[in-house]
Design a protein around this ligand. Sequence first.
Ligand code: NAP
Ligand code: 3JN
Length: 347
Amino acid sequence: MSYTVAVLGASGAVGQEMVATLERRGFPAGELRLLASPRSAGRTLRFQGRLHTVTAVTPESFEGVDVALFSAGGGVSQEWAPIAAEKGAIVVDNTSAFRMADDVPLVIPEVNAHVLEQKLARGIIANPNCSTIQMIHALKPLHDAFTIKRIVVATYQSVSGKGTRAIDEMLDQSAAVLAGEDDFECEQFPHQIAFNVLPHIDSFTENGYTKEELKMVNETRKILEAPGIMVSATCVRVPVTRGHSEAVNVEFEKKVTPEKARELLAAFPGIVVVDDVANNHYPLPLYAENREPTFVGRIRQDISNPQGTSLDMWIVSDNLWKGAALNAVQIAEWLASKGKLGKSAAK
Ligand code: NAP
Ligand code: 3JN
């Protein structure tokens, strides 16, 4: 069995990783269509040893497509996902456009693949935000055992979360600063990002939180099917190329110990515990780059809670892989493994 796959946003930071992930994991893509805007039409990307040309998206692009991976921004998804679904493709959308829609499943395969068992009302499946994915991937086995009440998280998000131009801006600014220049561009971020830390990701809302922070609140509740979980997030941009890190304080209904948490985490699919502080071993974004797991370390009892019901921990993952492209491809793999892709599929 092989499938016709489309990637919309193929020239972008996430889209390029989607193509690489399809190849690396051996997804049975008989045909691959690389789609973007007219700006990058004609560019080529290598897939399975052959150069593939990017074309500008049109309705015909989705004719005969089994699965379409979208990462071209929310507005583009709003416009094109219904068209692709109408043509018979299942859309795995990496933007916030449909995440909170009641009739669109929001999926981390290791956590809640069961929601894909039901018929897809709109032919669209949403990938969560990268910061939500790595946090909930790591907290799921602890939630199952101890029941989460409240999460307080600070993120340290790499510039690649904002796309290819943001990576270039950080590198160009860094070179300029080191060369002693001070007249460089600040286009992708509201302030200089090189040698700086910005407590500002996405736009501010009326309650003082940013949209990125509220995505972590709302997506957590939807994925865990736990509307009562309290979440407060501070999302911060750091001058790291790739890999998001998170300092997480989590309070449970039941008593918890770091030893039991490590044991549960180590047994959970896709989680790697790196927690040997005696030897300075803890997760680092530099070493999470181009790796599939979510890494967890610095697991410790929260000394501010004498009840013994909370933990602190440090969670790191490659935001372009588990936080985006890998999660999307895993969803496509799950659909293929259950016979839910292709012409004869019961969707
Ligand atoms: P990027 O590097 O800036 O790439 C954007 C991609 O979208 C490019 O391929 C671009 O094509 C394409 N595009 C833009 N406007 C388009 C249009 N009108 N029609 C067709 N294609 C268009 O950005 P990125 O980092 O890959 O992120 C892309 C989107 O993915 C984000 O906006 C976000 O919604 C989502 N995302 C999600 C996560 C997550 O947390 N899961 C993480 C990062 C990104 P051209 O080259 O032709 O301009
Ligand atoms: O900044 C990051 O580290 C992650 C950014 C994700 C992002 C960027 C632009 C638009 C998103 C997202 O996935 O939530 C969106 C969006 O689709 O709203």
